[in-house]
Design a protein around this ligand. Sequence first.
Ligand code: UDP
Ligand code: MG
Length: 313
Amino acid sequence: MVKLGIVIPCYNEEAVVADTAAEVLGILGDLVQREVISADSFVLFVNDGSTDSTWQLITGLHSQDSRVKGLNLLSNVGQQNAIMAGMMTVRERVDAVVTIDADLQDDITCLEKMLGYYSEGCDIVYGVRESREVNGYFKRTTARMFYRLQRALGVKIVDNHADFRLMSRRALDELAKYKERVLYLRGIVPLLGLRSSEVSYRFRERKAGKSKYTLGKMLNLGVDGITGFSATPINYIIGTGCLFLVVSFFMMLYILWSFFVGRAVSGWTSIMLSMWFIGAMILLSIGVIGKYIANIFAEVKRRPLYHIDTFLD
Ligand code: UDP
Ligand code: MG
C-alpha cells in the first residue's frame, strides 16, 4: 500500500491551519479505511518562519494526532524553499508526496484521483486549475500572460499548474539532484522526464486569512521562472543586433548618397554613419557577453546531465 506524505507550507497561516488539518486528516482517514493508502501516511506542516502563532498551532495538532508532523524553519525562506524543505525531509520515508497550499484553494479531494494515476505508474501528477474566476481580473490575466510568455521563451511548463502536485519517491530522488539556489519547482519538475499526468479541478476561494504572496514576491517568482530556464532573451538581443547591422548597411548607402548629391549638412554624414554601426555593434557585443553569462549560469547550476530510466546490467 502507498505511504503518502502531504506537505503543506505555512507562512502566517494561523487563520487556516486548524481547519486545513481537519479537512486533510479527514480525507486521509477515509483513504486509509478504504485501503488506498497505508495507515502510517501523514501530513507535514512546514512552518516558513511565521511571526504569528502558526507553529504553536502545529505543535498542538501534533500532540493531538500523531499523523500530524511539523517542520519549523528558522526564518522565512519563501514557499518554494519551504516545499523543498518538507519534501527532502520526508523523502526517505514515503512512497509519494503531495504538496498543497495551506489555504486549500486547490481541491484536496483530487487526492484519490492523483493516487489512481500513481498506481497506474505515473511518477508525477500535476494538479491543474480549471477555472480562475475566483482570482479576480488582474491576477487571472497576468497569470495567463505569464504562462504564455514562458512558453514562448521555451520554458517547459504545465499550463495553470501551481504547486499542487503528487511526486513519487523516485521523482523526489531525481529532484534531489537539482542543487540550484534559485528554486522554481514548476520549471524543474517537467525536466525530470518522468511519466506524468494531470488532474483538473475547480479553484476555490481562500478559506481565511490573506494571500501571503505580495505583488513583489509574485514578480520575483515570475522572473526566476524565466531567467532560470531560458536564454532566449539573449538570442533576441543578438537578433536585434544583426538586424541593426543590416539596417546600418542600407543607411550607409543612403547617407553616402545624401553626402555626394550635396543634401547633407556638414557633420551629419559622420554622425549618422557611426550611429547605426556602433548601435549594432553594441547590441551584438552585449548578446555575445550574454551568451557567456548564460553558459556560466548553466555551469553554476550544476543540473544533472541525465536521468536514467533503466540500466540492463
Ligand atoms: N507561503 C510560504 N512562504 C511564503 C509565502 C507563502 O510558505 O513566504 C505559503 C503560504 O502559507 C501558502 C502557500 O505558500 O500555503 C501559497 O501562498 P498564498 O496562498 O498566500 O498565495 P496565493 O494563493 O495567493 O498565490
Ligand atoms: Mg492561496
